[in-house]
Design a binder for this molecule. Structure first.
Ligand SMILES: Nc1ncnc2c1ncn2[C@@H]1O[C@H](COP(=O)(O)OP(=O)(O)OP(=O)(O)O)[C@@H](O)[C@H]1O
Length: 322
């Protein structure tokens, strides 16, 4: 649906986006995550055709932003970081104005009415945009992005400046929009991306540093796949039995943690899940497992690690390549 290849943007000597590549499939909600200044807005602005790239290409449904700029713009609904609102218009005037600007073809009244109901602004339809709360302004911004029913929605920091209740409402709205649209959500807030997106692309200093499924990214990028097991029984015998297990590469005891119970660090070969075998071994020997946890990084640890300034470039298992 959206294909970004080798995208590079220089502002003079400043390399804001550095050879970024990724693909986004139709119908997915993807988070574009990175700290302030990482290059998110620049990338979004290039995808939407508001900025030109120094190098590289963007295609949307096979149409190139340079060769078919109008066609691409029609396929994308964009909520920039600063929503392009006219404060002295009513919501009705503003959405009608956007409808004309986009040369939308849907039956006008019906189309605008449906969008207002969807983003829940029908109750402020005749109010001046300038008098609305920040949360309602943001909804109006999302409404303008939806006019013309574009298949792709790009939302740049959509919850910045909102209160916690408004944040939850906008996140729920974005999730709902994801049912009928391909959504790219740019954010520097990890919990936001985690709550809404099924895939996360992490960018730092203009470079793609991770790309993968939200649920498995931390596990996939954790270099250390150890299990910490607390078990009751004879320390030495347990150690020997663990060492003899297939696909186990390193075992050691962390000492007695409760009376008669020891913690063991058990490292398996990469991409191997030994938990069931471990359970069977311990059960066979009558050594109760009291606790079992893995040492994967949390997504938050990973994000901090990836976006520290000297972080090495590293891509996950997603579609992107660096
Ligand atoms: N018009 C511009 N001229 C010069 N440098 C720019 C311009 N726009 C952005 N930059 C620089 O490019 C880099 C990336 O900025 P960008 O706004 O894309 O980052 P971002 O990830 O969206 O950050 P934020 O979350 O703070 O908006 C930054 O170093 C920024 O200072």
């Amino acid at each position: 649906m959206v294909e970004v290849r080798n995208l590079t943007k220089r502002y003079g000597a400043n390399l804001a986006v550095d050879h970024v590549s990724f693909e986004i499939e139709e119908g997915s909600i993807v988070g574009f995550l990175g700290p302030n200044g990482a290059g998110k807005s620049t990338t979004m602005n290039i995808i939407t055709g508001y900025l030109s790239a120094t190098e590289g290409s963007v295609t949307v449904s096979g149409k190139n932003t340079l060769e078919d700029p109008n066609e691409v713009k029609r396929m994308i609904g964009y909520l920039p970081e600063q929503p392009p609102l006219y404060l002295d218009m009513t919501v009705k005037e503003y959405l009608n104005f956007v409808y004309e600007l986009k040369k939308a073809t849907q039956p006008k009244e019906q189309h605008i009415k449906e969008i207002c109901e969807l983003v829940k602004i029908d109750n402020v339809y005749n109010r001046l945009v300038g008098n609305l709360s920040k949360g309602y302004k943001q909804r109006v911004g999302i409404a303008q992005a939806l006019i013309g029913n574009p298949p792709v929605l790009i939302l740049d920091e959509p919850t910045v400046g909102l209160d916690p209740k408004q944040i939850i409402e906008i996140r729920t709205l974005i999730k709902n929009l994801g049912r009928n649209h391909t959504v790219i959500l740019s954010s520097h807030i990890l919990p936001e991306v985690q709550a809404v997106c099924e895939r996360i692309i992490v960018i730092n200093n203009g470079r793609l540093v991770a790309d993968g499924a939200t649920d498995t990214l931390a596990h996939d990028l954790s270099q250390d796949h150890r299990l910490i097991m607390r078990a009751e029984g004879p320390e030495r015998e347990i150690l020997h039995a663990l060492e003899a297990m297939e696909r186990v590469v390193d075992v050691y005891s962390l000492g007695e943690k409760e009376e008669g119970a020891y913690d063991f660090s058990v490292e398996s070969a990469p991409d191997v899940d030994i938990r069931r075998d471990l359970f069977a071994l311990m059960a066979r020997n009558g050594w109760p497992i009291l606790a079992l946890k893995n040492t994967d990084l949390t997504l938050e640890d990973l994000f901090l690690q990836l976006t520290s300034t000297d972080a090495p470039s590293k891509a996950g298992d997603g579609k992107g390549e660096d």
